[in-house]
Design a protein around this ligand. Structure first.
Ligand SMILES: Nc1ncnc2c1ncn2[C@@H]1O[C@H](COP(=O)(O)OP(=O)(O)OP(=O)(O)O)[C@@H](O)[C@H]1O
Length: 254
């Protein structure tokens, strides 16, 4: 198997004395899409948020390209964290700015502070790179449209382009298609899979639609009350596996 680009070991998290992650271990290789499945409250978002550093885990090791983040400091840590980008169900873009400006914002960490304070003046090379990123998500022709005028599916593709402009190679997607209609959801999932397979991104996506996981993810991980119940190639996921997540009582009764 290819070396993992993202590796997570022993991730634990409690909120107010209630343990919501009970030791989660998984890895995502370059070129792979991994889906997280599980009922509401099973810990899927908390897992991604801990990996991203938005939520501080109580324990666990997160490694990028086999380097543990907690062994890094300062600029090295910042650079390793920049390799990860997160996209959300509620799309975090600036609606009054153009798609191009929003994508350029992905490069902010690389731009000297003075220039980043005047985002209308993104350097030409950054604008060119952002245009290329929009092209890779199929939206080059909408570069100069305000994001607020784009459909939900197009906006999510702009968010993916922003992650590309950040030069992230690990993309964490928390319910990226939950707010989209079925056609747009398919388009976004197909895009994430295409970027993973053709450009070597490692994609971890929380999904509430098992059918999309089975069709677009190479591997699927089941979370039940903060513990992993399976981590399998999506082709091996059966109705029984899904029942362990969404109808656990039925399994116990059986
Ligand atoms: N900041 C927080 N403070 C307290 N409890 C939290 C916090 N964030 C998450 N939780 C709790 O942790 C548990 C897991 O939440 P999480 O959002 O990770 O689940 P999820 O599987 O993503 O659920 P959903 O499918 O509903 O989004 C839930 O019981 C939730 O209430």
């Amino acid at each position: 198997m290819t070396d993992p680009l993202l590796s997570v070991q022993g991730l634990r998290k409690s909120f107010g004395g209630r343990t919501v992650l009970k030791g989660v271990d998984f890895s995502v290789a370059a070129g792979e899409v991994v889906a997280f499945l599980g009922a509401n409250g099973s810990g899927k978002s908390t897992t991604l948020r801990c990996v991203m550093g938005i939520t501080a885990p109580d324990a666990g090791t997160i490694s990028i390209a086999e380097t543990a983040l907690d062994s890094l400091q300062g600029r090295n840590l910042q650079e390793a964290r920049q390799r990860m980008a997160m996209i959300f169900q509620k799309i975090h873009l600036i609606p009054r700015r153009t798609a191009l400006d929003n994508v350029c914002a992905g490069a902010l960490a690389r731009i000297p502070t003075v220039r980043s304070l005047t985002p209308m003046l993104f350097p030409a090379d950054v604008q060119q790179e952002a245009l290329d990123c929009l092209d890779r998500v199929g939206l080059a022709d909408r570069a100069f449209d305000r994001v607020g005028r784009l459909s939900g599916g197009q906006q999510q593709r702009v968010a993916v382009a922003r992650a590309l402009c950040q030069r992230a190679d690990v993309v964490l997607a928390d319910e990226p298609v939950s707010a989209l209609d079925p056609h747009a959801a398919e388009q976004v999932m197909a895009l994430l899979r295409e970027l993973a397979h053709s450009e070597g991104l490692a994609v971890a996506a929380v999904l509430h639609q098992p059918d999309l996981a089975l069709r677009y993810a190479d591997r699927s991980i089941g979370l039940l009350q903060g513990s992993m119940t399976f981590d399998l190639p999506s082709t091996e996921i059966t109705a029984d596996h899904l029942d362990t997540l969404y109808a656990p009582d039925r399994n116990i009764a059986a």
